[in-house]
Ligand binder design. Structure first.
Ligand code: PLP
Length: 450
């Protein structure tokens, strides 16, 4: 279906010859050449169309070529395309102000980075200087980026081959009731036992050695794990008790993915540092950052912060960040994400779970959802083993192929089919994509053994 035409061939040839790709054995991949995008769709050079249920890498919240975003970047390019970080600049300050204005009570400033990994690097560095401690607790089933500390924080196989690049990192288990590490049967038990486990980890590691606890507010790629009631406030309480900095990684779920500016706002918790990227400007120009509490800001009031980036607060990136705030307001993005999530996605996915035995559990909120696919509902054996590759991963590959053949670009990870469409998606396109997923789940069902 994705043809070997002259147009595709030329782009492919230069790619294969000259581009070194992420996370891949270079000879084992054949990246699909993509020619253009518009809204929630993109096309290859032969005109094959894909409905994007993955928002690229869960960054394209406002869809491709949003006129307000393109205009903001063009205007800024015509005015001042770049400027170094040590000077003050109108769009940089404006974006920082708007981010602080929608942040937690006590948020003071923003340090801008180029993306999510470096946002986490800098958040950890701030926490270490602030506390004078070195260890950082991070969760299993997490992704925090691919630079040295960020990949070490990551609690899944992308870390393994990289070894331990930051010896201060210690991992712990978070709540995941469907596959509970705590023998819990209710969300309340899961919360209580996950918190007891975390406190024990803190005690065994030595509370006075721990600078920070970092967690994805809602775990993204590793399963769309929505924290059970009380968990995040419980983490906050432990941080307060032991003088530990609480860092929420909102790179994937910040900026409206679950219908709040920041996901922690849905869970009654106030972090000390918040990292963001992706949705801040839908990835139109690389941008990330750290929202800094007043207390941590004050640590660096008279002592210099030892860190920086040439492109910190890049004007093109910041201009598209400011435009993001305007567009979210004009188009009521947060409200529509909550509405479509509750009114359309949740009930439709519940129907799919009732219809398809291979759907073990549906989880999510707003515009990020996960279908935990299983071979057997009773045992909850995943449709493919954890970190499966090759033949072992074939059932998931077949589900993904069924989506792509029907014109849907899905977001899949291990045994899970995840949904993260652009936040501007119409109800009609949402229904269309869900219908394709419905059909693709027939393929998952064909492997069901329960
Ligand atoms: N943190 C989370 C939760 C992410 O999902 C990602 C990327 O997917 C990152 C950090 C890393 O962001 P980046 O790829 O911009 O470095």
């Amino acid at each position: 279906r994705f043809g070997d035409t002259a147009a595709q061939r030329e782009v492919r040839a230069n790619d294969r010859q000259y581009v070194f790709h992420s996370w891949s054995a270079q000879d084992a991949i054949d990246p699909l050449p993509i020619a253009k995008g518009e809204g929630v769709r993109f096309w290859d050079y032969d005109g094959n169309e894909f409905l994007d249920f993955s928002s690229q890498l869960v960054n394209l919240s406002l869809g491709h070529q949003h006129p307000g975003m393109v205009r903001a970047i063009q205007d800024q390019a015509g005015r001042l395309a770049t400027i170094q970080p040590a000077v003050a600049n109108d769009v940089r300050s404006e974006l920082a102000k708007r981010i602080v204005d929608v942040s937690f009570d006590g948020a003071r400033s923003v340090f801008f980075t180029n993306g999510g990994a470096d946002a986490n690097e800098y958040a950890i560095r701030m926490a270490r200087h602030h506390t004078g401690r070195n260890k950082v607790l991070a969760r299993y089933r997490s992704y925090h980026g691919s630079t040295a500390t960020a990949i070490t924080l990551t609690g899944e196989p992308r870390r393994w081959a990289n070894g331990t690049l930051d010896v201060g990192v210690v991992h712990f288990m978070g709540p995941y009731l469907y596959r509970s590490a705590f023998y819990a049967e209710t969300p309340e038990q899961e919360t209580e036992r996950a918190l007891a486990h975390l406190e024990q980890t803190i005690q065994l590691e030595g509370a006075n050695t721990i600078a920070a606890i970092i967690l994805e507010t809602v775990t993204g790629t590793n399963g769309v794990l929505v924290p059970p009631p009380g968990y995040l406030p419980g983490v906050r309480a432990l941080c307060d008790k032991y003088g530990i900095v609480m860092i929420c990684d909102e790179v994937m779920v910040g900026f409206g993915r679950i219908g709040e500016w920041f996901a922690y706002q849905a869970f009654d918790v106030k972090p000390d540092l918040v990292t963001f990227a992706k949705g801040v400007n839908s990835g139109y120009v690389p941008l990330g950052g750290v929202v800094v509490s007043d207390a941590i800001h004050q640590t660096f009031a008279t002592t210099p912060f030892p860190g920086g980036l040439t492109y910190s607060g890049h004007p093109l990136a910041c201009a598209s960040g400011v435009a993001t705030f305007d567009i979210y307001k004009d188009e009521g993005i947060l409200e529509r994400v909550r509405d479509l999530g509750e009114r359309v996605v949740a009930p439709r996915l519940a129907e799919l779970a009732a219809k398809h035995p291979s759907v073990g559990e549906v989880r999510g909120a707003g515009m990020i959802w996960s279908l935990d696919l299983v071979r057997d509902r009773a045992t909850r054996e995943p449709l493919v083993p954890y970190n499966a590759a090759g033949e072992a991963a074939a059932p998931m590959a077949a589900v993904v192929a069924a989506c792509k053949d029907a014109g849907l670009w899905p977001f899949a990870h291990f045994n899970r089919l995840q949904l993260a469409p652009p936040l501007i998606i119409s109800e009609e396109d949402l229904e269309r994509g869900l219908a394709i997923i419905d059909a693709a789940l027939d393929v998952a069902d064909s492997y069901y053994a329960g």
